[in-house]
Ligand binder design. Structure first.
Ligand code: ZN
Length: 94
C-alpha cells in the first residue's frame, strides 16, 4: 500500500461532512507520541522555578481621586472612580 493512513472502509470521498467524520475517526486511531525519557526531578524543579520566577504581583497604582492604592485598569474599591468618573456605587458613601 501507499503512504499515509488507509481510507476507512465505507467512508470514501463524499462531501465535507463525510470527510470530517473520517478525519475524526483517524485521529482517534492515532497513538499519542511518547517521551523517550522520564523528566528528572531536577528538570521539573528547573521548569517550576522559571515559571514561578516569572510571576509577579498585580500592578497597583495610586487612585487619582482618593489616593488609595488600587489595581490598575479597575475601578477604585474605596471611592468607585475609574477614568475620573463615578464607575461604581460604593456602599459606604451612598
Ligand atoms: Zn479612589
Amino acid at each position: 500500500m501507499g503512504k499515509g493512513p488507509r481510507p476507512l472502509s465505507g467512508v470514501r470521498g463524499g462531501g465535507p461532512a463525510k470527510r470530517l467524520i473520517s478525519v475524526f475517526l483517524r485521529k482517534e486511531r492515532k497513538k499519542m507520541a511518547t517521551p523517550k525519557r522520564k523528566t528528572s526531578h531536577a528538570r521539573t524543579a528547573q521548569r517550576k522555578a522559571h515559571w514561578l520566577g516569572a510571576l509577579n504581583a498585580p500592578s497597583t497604582m495610586m487612585c487619582p481621586h482618593c489616593g488609595d492604592m488600587t489595581l490598575s485598569y479597575r475601578a477604585c474599591p474605596s471611592c468607585g472612580f475609574y477614568k475620573s468618573r463615578q464607575a461604581l456605587q460604593v456602599k459606604s458613601e451612598a
